[in-house]
Design a protein around this ligand. Sequence first.
Ligand SMILES: Cc1cc2nc3c(=O)[nH]c(=O)nc-3n(C[C@H](O)[C@H](O)[C@H](O)COP(=O)(O)OP(=O)(O)OC[C@H]3O[C@@H](n4cnc5c(N)ncnc54)[C@H](O)[C@@H]3O)c2cc1C
Ligand SMILES: *[C@@H]1O[C@H](CO)[C@@H](O)[C@H](O)[C@H]1NC(C)=O
Ligand SMILES: *[C@@H]1O[C@H](CO)[C@@H](O)[C@H](O)[C@H]1NC(C)=O
Ligand SMILES: *[C@@H]1O[C@H](CO)[C@@H](O)[C@H](O)[C@H]1NC(C)=O
Ligand SMILES: *[C@@H]1O[C@H](CO)[C@@H](O)[C@H](O)[C@H]1NC(C)=O
Ligand SMILES: *[C@@H]1O[C@H](CO)[C@@H](O)[C@H](O)[C@H]1NC(C)=O
Ligand SMILES: *[C@@H]1O[C@H](CO)[C@@H](O)[C@H](O)[C@H]1NC(C)=O
Ligand SMILES: *[C@@H]1O[C@H](CO)[C@@H](O)[C@H](O)[C@H]1NC(C)=O
Ligand SMILES: *[C@@H]1O[C@H](CO)[C@@H](O)[C@H](O)[C@H]1NC(C)=O
Length: 576
Amino acid sequence: MLSNTLKVGALLGLAIASPVHASESSSNECRCFPTDDCWPSVSVWNAFNQSVDGRLVATVPLATSCHAPHYNKEICDELREGWDMPEEHYKSSSSFMAPFFTNGTCDPYHPVSKPCRLGNFVRYAVNVSTPTHVAKTLQFATEHNIRFIIRNTGHDYNGKSTGAGAISVWTHHLKDIEFKDWSDKYYTGKAAKLGAGIQGIEAYEAAHERGLRMVSGECPTVGLAGGYSQGGGHSALNSRYGLGADQVLEWEVIDGNGNFLTANREENTDLYWALSGGGGGTYGVVWSMTSKAHEDTKVSGLNLTFTTTGISDETFFKAVEFYNSRLPYIVDEGVMSLCFLTNTSFAVEPMTGPGVPLAKLESLIEPVLKEFTRLGINYTYQSEEFDSYLDQFNTQVPVVTVGVAQYGSWLLPRTVVESSNDLHELTNSIRTVLAEDATFTTVAVNVSKEVTGDVYNAVNPAWRTAIAHTLMSTVWEYDEPKKMQEKRDLMTNKLVPAVSRLGPNSGAYLNECDFQQPNWQYAFYGKNYQTLRSIKQKYDPHHLFYGLTAVGSEDWTVSYSGRMCRSNGSASHIEI
Ligand SMILES: Cc1cc2nc3c(=O)[nH]c(=O)nc-3n(C[C@H](O)[C@H](O)[C@H](O)COP(=O)(O)OP(=O)(O)OC[C@H]3O[C@@H](n4cnc5c(N)ncnc54)[C@H](O)[C@@H]3O)c2cc1C
Ligand SMILES: *[C@@H]1O[C@H](CO)[C@@H](O)[C@H](O)[C@H]1NC(C)=O
Ligand SMILES: *[C@@H]1O[C@H](CO)[C@@H](O)[C@H](O)[C@H]1NC(C)=O
Ligand SMILES: *[C@@H]1O[C@H](CO)[C@@H](O)[C@H](O)[C@H]1NC(C)=O
Ligand SMILES: *[C@@H]1O[C@H](CO)[C@@H](O)[C@H](O)[C@H]1NC(C)=O
Ligand SMILES: *[C@@H]1O[C@H](CO)[C@@H](O)[C@H](O)[C@H]1NC(C)=O
Ligand SMILES: *[C@@H]1O[C@H](CO)[C@@H](O)[C@H](O)[C@H]1NC(C)=O
Ligand SMILES: *[C@@H]1O[C@H](CO)[C@@H](O)[C@H](O)[C@H]1NC(C)=O
Ligand SMILES: *[C@@H]1O[C@H](CO)[C@@H](O)[C@H](O)[C@H]1NC(C)=O
């Protein structure tokens, strides 16, 4: 992908200066919008297209065939069928998975008679294949004062990989992967250098072939070097090795000046620190990520489910409470446990023990099974030992769907499940959440310093003392905007507070959070916020990198119509 000789400053020929119509002038208080006079003419776009080797893609929304005058029943039916699968969206240069931000402008669920509008989709994507394409796009966006977006897979729940009237660099096709030996003061062992477009399953499979495994998500298609690792990264391997961000050894990145930089613990260390956990789309365009790859071993896994049929509420919540009380014993053995609760079901699906013998994993769950039996619960339970992490992943991790929900989250302090009083309060909180027909998911981990070893990064410190990332969700309905906003507010005003009251000084996982979270700077970044802001200022002097709830995003306001302008004083960062 990239010759190793391309080093710092190699792109200086392109170094980006402030445009002649300086960005400080009042006309630049807002980004140039497609309906404005400042929007580049067709000939300017064509010249730009040539400068990026013809890789400029004008957006045609994915669901165009679902609306007049381009309606095509067959294509539209097929699109609707696959709309909740990630692959339908990440293959497109503009589609994305967070339904709230689609704003109903073009999807398979609105009336055919309603014409497609570009709405929050980017206008153009540059299908980049070289760092120069990235730098030229940054330069063009700066010169023409156009909103800039980094788009990888479009998984982001806060719509951070899309934007009205924007141009994006689209990193999806950067698929190089190279395994190597790494040795420095902090880590000696196997590593993999991943192009920015590598997705979880691609890394899993490539590592597997070499007897290795890598930390990535339950969703096989998240962008490993993109928002996933940059934002933290939870995984079935977390309690063994730490978060995704804890694995990173080095980034190659094109900063807001168009410079190609290498960032690690010796060089551009501030940028390395910020990119590793401080949030995607904020400090620069990542070109590659080099992360630890671990020796694969046998992996034990289990699943345990029951429904509320025939059991009382009391019994259900006693079972839930008992399970939660066991979490510290479970995660401290290197195990991650994923538990989904609805108002009618309990499902641990799966519990994963990398390198944990089956008998050991079974002994960890045994007290839970005993208690369920004592409570008269008819549960389903299966456990198995696999030869590799990939085998366990392919067999026991359920299929994930997208565009079906709205989310909120809170990192649950470990102390909550270690005190019987707080544990009981947690159960009450879960009752509150489930009573609103929301789901309550816990991703139980131990990513403390004892697990991660010597790492240096901007991961939200709340992760280090958390027993679980709790994720709440409510069902999404495409044609009910008013009701969806009510559900959004329910999340902000009732569901997240029901959990955050148990640990108000903790925080939330920035990649799977409520974008209306009050005091989000602290909640998502903790005490790192001001440092991250100053690092951003250094590497993004032209303020190109914006994403809702990203560091520094309070400086901008995106109006309902999609126009992006400088905020007035303490103005909110989005109008909804
Ligand atoms: C179905 C589903 C399952 C998920 N499962 C998990 C999970 O198991 N564990 C977990 O931790 N998270 C999970 N997530 C959340 C996921 O980590 C985030 O959505 C993450 O932001 C995805 O990153 P991406 O690059 O794939 O997505 P995108 O939406 O393309 O990008 C996300 C953000 O990263 C930025 N970005 C992307 N590429 C780059 C780059 N090269 N340089 C700089 N910035 C970049 C974008 O600008 C945007 O701000 C899941 C999300 C979904 C929708
Ligand atoms: C950019 O150029 C290529 C090759 O000439 C062309 O196929 C493509 O349609 C152009 N993109 C735009 C947006 O005009
Ligand atoms: C979102 O939808 C509303 C209502 O149709 C519309 O007024 C607004 O302009 C839309 N925003 C964008 C960015 O398209
Ligand atoms: C993007 O570029 C890749 C090669 O880098 C190519 O395979 C793919 O077809 C391109 N996609 C579009 C939509 O231009
Ligand atoms: C996490 O597990 C490690 C290893 O078992 C243990 O030393 C550490 O105390 C645990 N972390 C916390 C926060 O208890
Ligand atoms: C327990 O559940 C299984 C199927 O899930 C069912 O076949 C069985 O009859 C149930 N037993 C009792 C005692 O309810
Ligand atoms: C539960 O685990 C068993 C044993 O590995 C597996 O066969 C089954 O598919 C798993 N069930 C689910 C729902 O993942
Ligand atoms: C459970 O929640 C669903 C929606 O998720 C709702 O339709 C149903 O009525 C609820 N059932 C009970 C028993 O509360
Ligand atoms: C800033 O304030 C001015 C004057 O009150 C107003 O016209 C403008 O819309 C505001 N802009 C934003 C982004 O809030």
